[in-house]
Design a protein around this ligand. Structure first.
Ligand code: GLC
Length: 425
């Protein structure tokens, strides 16, 4: 039984974007399997087809590297509508993949799918969960050794695309230090699908590819990349998602009776929470990133500032400061939470990650608000997201000042977010 007005349309999008057990974010613009997209999509499938939810995660780990790294793209089947393809990445995995990663929502998704499987009595669920749990654990170990070798309790991104917020103003200063020279010929495809005014600028695209060239020249070895990286940011959004997924894996370890793994995860969790806690800036009412090359805080306001709520229990003063700050960002917006607030000089309501609203970001922020007892604000955000989708369609993102749907349409994670958030409102 469904009650959501667009439930059938949401399911139809997942069916249409299915390429055989995995879901592309949207046809043409993103024609492969993307890491964190698939984790959100699996949680959407878990509402009505738990077997298919498992498949989404199982197909994603086909791309996992021997060292535990979960690539941001798995190129299961060729397509010429996307750049940079496998030839540019030059990685050496059985199935071609990119060489960088993306936010590890996987652990959160696995717990979600497992619980749905238990509730529905799906056959063979525990075995499937166990295999995926081991993959997740290997990936969390990779995160801490490859991306926090100095033991800060914060994991770093070496490429803006790893953050999931590719074109965020938070990266501007650090990215400006990256040379625009490339050894790869750039053949952008994105601007053939979507208006160039919504996409990253050419100069930034050259820097993105310069980073790919640099890490490919390191043979994708984590130690060499860490040493060579001209872009290295300890990211609170990434760290918070990793910490939250670690907590979800601890729950799973408990129900699977995996004691040693649970202790190991619990040590990881303590380390990440300590790191995150140190990134709180009371004078800004938010959490901030740390640029490891300059040694400076990055206090450009972006949605990443609020993702730590999904992992941390705030004290009373922090909670009221954060909720007041989120309300300030929502003020005057048709739909929030904007990826950059309207009062920021960097705000561009239509350009990728510089103002628009993403349904999955709202999902994480609302989860964090609920965990911290701010249910009313969580509901306001969830309701706003669902209404925006009902009005504008299952778009990639939304203009916060008008509610207009932008970027690619028929987007898988927007469909998943609609079903999950819609059930809460
Ligand atoms: C863009 C987004 C990223 C997403 C991908 C596929 O690159 O910035 O977060 O995973 O599209 O939807």
């Amino acid at each position: 039984m469904t009650t959501l007005p667009k439930e059938e349309a949401a399911r139809a999008i997942l069916a249409r974007n299915d390429r055989g057990g995995y879901t592309v974010p949207t046809d043409r613009l993103y024609p492969f399997q993307w890491n964190w997209d698939s984790a959100f999509v699996a949680m959407g499938f878990a509402l009505f087809d738990v077997d298919r939810a498992y498949r989404e995660l199982e197909r994603l780990i086909e791309g996992q590297w021997d060292d535990g790294m979960m690539p941001h793209i798995v190129f299961h089947a060729p397509s010429d509508t996307y750049f940079p393809g496998p030839d540019v990445w030059g990685t050496r995995h059985r199935i071609p993949t990119s060489g960088i990663t993306q936010p590890p929502v996987f652990g959160m998704a696995l717990r979600h799918v497992h619980e749905a499987a238990v509730a529905s009595g799906l056959d063979g669920a525990t075995e499937r969960t166990k295999a995926l749990f081991q993959a997740a654990l290997r990936s969390h170990r990779w995160w801490l050794s490859a991306r926090d070798p100095e033991g800060l309790g914060l994991v770093s991104i070496l490429h803006p695309w790893e953050s999931g917020s590719d074109n965020s103003p938070a990266w501007d200063e650090a990215l400006a230090r990256v040379p625009t020279t490339t050894t790869t010929t750039i053949r952008r495809k994105d601007t053939g699908h979507v208006d160039a005014s919504m996409r990253p600028r050419d100069e930034d695209y050259q820097r993105f590819i310069h980073l790919v060239d640099t890490y490919r020249d390191c043979g994708w070895d984590p130690k060499r990349q860490w040493a060579a990286a001209p872009f290295k940011i300890a990211d609170v959004q990434m760290t918070a998602i990793l910490a939250r997924s670690t907590a979800d894996l601890m729950h799973l370890a408990e129900s699977l009776g995996a004691e040693d793994e649970k202790s190991e995860l619990s040590r990881m969790h303590d380390r990440l929470l300590e790191g995150l806690t140190r990134r709180w800036r009371p004078e800004l009412s938010r959490f901030v990133n740390l640029d490891l090359i300059s040694g400076q805080d990055i206090d450009t306001p972006t949605q990443a500032a609020f993702i730590p709520l999904a992992a941390l229990t705030l004290d009373d003063a922090q909670r009221s400061a954060v909720t007041a700050e989120i309300e300030r960002w929502l003020d005057g917006m048709v739909v929030g939470v904007p990826s950059a607030p309207a009062f920021s000089p960097a705000f561009e309501p239509k350009r990728y990650w510089r103002g628009p609203v993403w349904a999955v970001v709202n999902w994480l922020i609302a989860d964090g608000l609920r965990l911290n007892g701010a249910d009313d604000l969580a509901r306001r955000i969830e309701r706003g997201t669902v209404q925006a989708i009902e009005k504008a369609g299952f778009c990639e993102y939304f203009d916060p000042t008008t509610g207009e749907g932008l970027g690619g349409d028929t987007f898988s994670w927007t469909a998943a977010a609609y079903m999950v958030l819609g059930r809460r409102t």
